[in-house]
Write a new protein. Structure first.
Length: 439
């Protein structure tokens, strides 16, 4: 009965967010209460679930999300994101435009939301596509898959951060594994897109002018600092925690402090202050860049917290033992969190909601799935992210961003964007299994 109630709860989340268009925070919180009451968690249990689910999770990742969004805003508005894209183009060369666009998306979507990244790079993509004489389908979807790869699998984007918090996974390990998995999964995905693009030629629309947010974009060195500094320290701390290799006590303490996600992202924020040609007081005001970022962060934090409450209620209902008994020797492992994310993403469209909800569902049963070690928890976050890439279609806002800005029809979008997102997700799952075999 408890498992049936969980299925009903997931259906209610999908119906509430996709069909009734109710805000995910309200849906997740309401369904969490429904599930807790229906499964007999009790008044004390509900009170505990709300406090611990929301409080512990947001205490871990709330500030990380805020600083991550602020960094992304500065990168976008100063033209630093575009600067990095142009440098990638120079390094890889004009003859490999689909790979250029995938690489740009892969890097830029680490700090910048996928839809924002596509909008930023759309004009550059059309210009390169025209010069290379390629189909816009090939280059636009290569860009979108690069963006989606790191958006769904690599923190500090909100979904992976939220899942890492809910599963209590080491953020540095998630970043490291996410970078590896998403990078390797891009290769078959781009090859597939090139194949599809050759059979569906679509000429780019009229020339658009590239625009930066300030007359002189920052240098490449300045542009990469807000990304590399925090990621570097977080990864270094996680590697040291996982397998110590530094012996000096003072250095270990420094790395432990600077590699704490909140401190690392705060350093990234400080380095992002170097990006504007001139720091204006208005950037820090009530309607400035930082205020805009905090407002945008609030919704993400609220949804993540509500998802964590749902996960805590699932845990308190004792479903872990039930699923453990019913699964027997099936040993689904990474496949279960992946498939849950696939179903949620396909049904309601949002990768972030799919990731957070999937993490909430599987968190109580990680031991039963054999995924409760530090390395496997991090791999589970990445596998959930991979599932949330499948499949981008008409209920996904990113589908419309890509197709409308590229001039694609819905049919062309299904043949390219939707199909490619499936290739990306399943390729990433395969890489996760390969890594699991060797770790």
């Amino acid at each position: 009965m408890t498992i049936l109630l969980l299925v009903v709860s997931v259906v209610l989340i999908i119906a509430g967010t996709s069909k009734l268009k109710i805000h995910p925070f309200i849906v997740l919180f309401t369904v969490a209460l429904f599930y807790a009451i229906a499964t007999g968690v009790g008044v004390k249990g509900i009170e505990t679930g709300i406090k611990e689910g929301f409080g512990n999770t947001i205490g871990n990742i709330g500030l990380v999300i805020i600083f991550g969004v602020i960094i992304g805003t500065f990168l976008e508005k100063t033209g630093a994101a575009l600067k990095m894209a142009e440098q990638i183009m120079k390094i890889i060369g004009m003859s490999r435009v689909p790979w250029i666009m995938a690489s740009m998306g892969y890097i830029i979507s680490i700090p910048v939301f996928a839809d924002s990244g596509f909008v930023i790079l759309n004009a550059l993509n059309k210009s390169l596509t025209r010069k290379a004489g390629l189909s816009i389908i090939t280059t636009a979807v290569s860009l979108s898959m690069g963006l989606m790869a790191t958006h769904t699998m690599v923190p500090p984007t909100p979904g992976p951060i939220g899942a890492a918090g809910i599963l209590n996974a080491q953020l540095g390990l998630v970043i490291l594994l996410g970078l590896i998995v998403s990078f390797l999964a891009l290769f078959p995905t781009v090859l597939f897109i090139i194949y599809v693009g050759k059979r569906n030629f679509l000429r780019p629309e009229t020339e658009e002018h590239l625009q930066t947010q300030q007359p002189t974009p920052p240098t490449l060195f300045k542009s990469v600092l807000p990304i590399l500094i925090p990621l570097g320290f977080i990864i270094l701390k996680s590697l040291q925690d996982y397998r110590p290799f530094i012996k000096h006590e003072g250095l270990v303490s420094a790395i432990s402090f600077l590699g704490t996600p909140v401190i690392a992202l705060f350093m990234g924020f400080l380095f992002s202050l170097l990006l504007p040609a001139k720091l204006e007081k208005s950037m820090f005001g009530n309607k400035g860049w930082i205020s805009e970022s905090i407002i945008n962060s609030a919704e993400i934090i609220a949804i993540t917290g509500a998802g964590a409450i749902f996960g805590k209620m699932i845990q308190l209902s004792g479903i872990g033992d039930m699923i453990s008994g019913s699964m027997g020797d099936l040993n689904l492992g990474l496949m279960l969190p992946f498939l849950i994310a696939v179903l949620l993403k396909t049904a309601q469209g949002s990768s972030t909601i799919a990731i957070i909800t999937s993490a909430s569902i599987v968190a109580p049963i990680l031991p039963q799935l054999g995924l409760d070690s530090e390395i496997y928890k991090a791999l589970t976050v990445v596998a959930i992210g991979a599932g949330s890439a499948v499949a981008s279609h008409v209920n996904d806002s990113f589908f419309w961003v890509v197709t409308q800005l590229s001039g694609m029809s819905v049919s062309q979008g299904y043949k390219s964007q939707t199909a490619a997102s499936a290739v990306l997700g399943f390729s990433a799952l395969l890489v996760c299994y390969l890594l699991k075999a060797f770790l």
